[in-house]
Design a binder for this molecule. Structure first.
Ligand code: 6GU
Length: 243
């Protein structure tokens, strides 16, 4: 998969070269390009923003600069178009389902806005040429889209074949079955007087699976009742319902 990021703070994206992601880049599973938006400015001040039409606080990112940057990064080949992702608190929620969709794409381009946002005409223009998604990573406001890109890329990258050591980790994690994961334990058997639940040391795989399912249901019920309510009826079996 190829990933391009356009930002006025390229250094913010350095973590993409660290740890799991860095390893995936080194192994050629992901190709990452980070681009400085100011490379496409034309004035001495290298201005990327201007005051908003209609008044109000803050600044809006200039369409000419974004147009030049996106033309250069996305190319002009109509047969090879990326999916353009624009992180913004006013976007659609980024979820595990969206992460799975992105993981199936060959090419993602992220446009990081700062200030009040990017002139809307930029998004409208590129939407005629490629899929454009405005996405939010949660109900809070960040200063810019850079941290959201780190979040999104990490969630997507771990779904790519070969990135995780053990593919079962992605298959069995929270959200893959619509529930939160329950608690987990490792050695020692007793730590500061607290024991590992007996069932996990019983060797009874059916009982362990049932226990884990029950803890996942319980946790989801208490912490994320919205997730339980959204499950399709067939996602819960007869045993689940007794809980
Ligand atoms: Cl994607 N961007 C910004 N700037 N703030 C956010 C966000 C994104 N998601 C939640 N808050």
């Amino acid at each position: 998969m190829r990933i391009d990021v356009i930002t006025i703070f390229p250094g913010y994206l350095d973590p993409l070269r660290e740890a799991l992601l860095g390893k995936a880049v080194d192994r050629g599973l992901i190709e990452i390009g980070v681009h400085d938006l100011r490379d496409w400015t034309h004035d001495v001040h290298r201005a990327v923003d201007d005051s908003p039409y209609g008044g109000g606080p803050g600044m809006v990112m200039k369409p000419q600069v974004w147009g030049a940057a996106l033309d250069a990064v996305c190319g002009t080949d109509p047969d090879r178009r990326p999916r353009l992702v624009v992180p913004t608190p006013s976007g659609r929620p980024f979820t595990q389902a969206v992460a799975r969709e992105y993981a199936a794409e060959p090419w993602l381009v992220f446009a990081c806005g700062r200030y009040e946002g990017i002139d809307q005409r930029v998004l409208d223009h590129y939407a005629e040429r490629m899929p454009v998604d405005e996405v939010s990573i949660g109900d809070y406001v960040l200063v810019g889209g850079e941290v959201a890109v780190l979040v999104i890329v990490e969630a997507v990258a771990r779904l790519l074949p070969g990135v995780l050591g053990n593919p079962a980790s992605a298959a069995e994690d929270s959200f893959s079955d619509g529930l939160l994961e329950g608690p987990c334990y490792t050695r020692p058997e007793v730590w500061r007087g607290r024991e590992v639940p007996d069932v996990l040391r019983s060797g009874n795989h059916a009982a362990i699976a049932r226990w884990r399912r029950d803890r996942a249901l319980e946790r989801t019920f208490h912490r994320r009742p919205d997730l339980l309510a959204a499950l399709p009826p067939e996602a819960l079996d007869r045993h689940d319902r007794k809980l």
